[in-house]
Design a protein. Structure first.
Length: 318
């Protein structure tokens, strides 16, 4: 089989972003193997950016407060390990259908370049991100979707790039939004609330050695496929994503055109994600109100030295 063949209309089993939320941005979370220009996106996870943390301390950019205390009920290591296992399964499924973009695909190179610029600003939002093995893949599915699982596993679907004809700035807004869910540990928070509701008996038994670690991880993996983020989570991810994109040199105002495109794409039948995401006009209004806080960051940020375009309309396998 020619490893360069990339199928862009594959039908793949459900995966997560905020599964259960089935959105253009949140129905699944597939992940990626990520070598960036031969160096590997994982290496970027160890690169801190002191300036970003300093700027936030000085009151610049977005401030959404502390993370929920519910995250403390579920060990981060367990969630990230479960996500990594789900990632491997999803990647294998895509590879079997020739729907995993090869490392030299132009659109995958584009995604990894944008991620490379944004990842250094992640540790300011979550110190664990400095040790994550960040990965980025492109899945050959016509769905309008993208996600980032715990531990920095980023995936874009072909459909969101080709159908929405996204600019680099719009891609950065989506990527920042997805990264924000992982950095703010929204999945871990949802799990913590679930465990708290049930009394956390199963979790406690597993952590005390009274249960199977394998079963615990499998259960977490299943939850990652069914979790639904709240509207507050989605709004917070929008704001944090704007901050990340602006610091990386991408125009945060692109969030407005992005959600206008999303609105057009949802005509004729709103996707499931609209049940948990803020309504389009509300979302755009929130972005407009937050722009004054991030525009100075964008104005001062070094701009990308490379610019890419979306896939030509109708382009399929390469």
């Amino acid at each position: 089989m020619d490893h360069r063949v990339f199928v862009t209309d594959a039908e793949l089993p459900p995966a997560p972003h905020a599964p259960g939320c089935g959105c253009s941005l949140h129905r699944r979370r597939r992940l990626s193997l990520g070598l960036m220009a031969g160096a590997g996106l994982g290496a970027l996870g160890a690169c801190g950016t002191p300036g970003s943390a300093t700027a936030r301390a000085q009151g610049e950019g977005i401030d959404v407060g502390k993370r929920s205390s519910f995250v403390k009920l579920v060990p981060a290591e367990q969630v990230e390990q479960a996500a990594a296992q789900q990632f491997v399964q999803m990647q294998n499924q895509a590879r079997q259908k020739r729907a995993l973009a090869p490392d030299d695909h132009p659109q995958l190179l584009r995604l990894r370049y944008i991620a490379q610029r944004m990842i250094p600003f992640a540790p300011a939002w979550n110190p664990r991100a400095q040790q994550w093995r960040w990965e980025v893949i492109l899945i050959g599915s016509p769905e309008i979707n993208a996600f980032c699982m715990p531990g920095g596993k980023i995936a874009f679907f072909w459909g969101i790039l080709s159908k929405l004809q996204l600019s680099d700035d719009e891609v950065a807004m989506i990527m920042g939004h997805e990264m924000a869910h992982a950095l703010r540990e929204h999945a871990r928070e949802r799990m913590g609330k679930s465990f708290a509701t049930r009394g956390a008996l199963e979790l406690g038994s597993a952590l005390l050695g009274l249960g199977s670690t394998g079963q615990l991880l499998a259960g977490m993996g299943e939850q990652l496929l069914t979790l639904v983020f709240s509207r507050d989570d989605e709004s917070e991810a929008d704001l944090v994503g704007m901050d990340l994109a602006a610091r990386a040199g991408y125009d945060p105002a692109a969030g407005i055109t992005l959600w206008q495109k999303m609105g057009q794409a949802s005509k004729g039948g709103p996707p499931e994600f609209l049940s948990t995401h803020p309504k389009g006009p509300t979302r755009i209004k929130d972005i407009e109100q937050a722009l004054p806080r991030v525009e100075p960051l964008y104005a001062r940020a070094p701009k990308p030295t490379q610019r890419f375009g979306p896939p030509p309309p109708g382009e399929g396998a390469r």
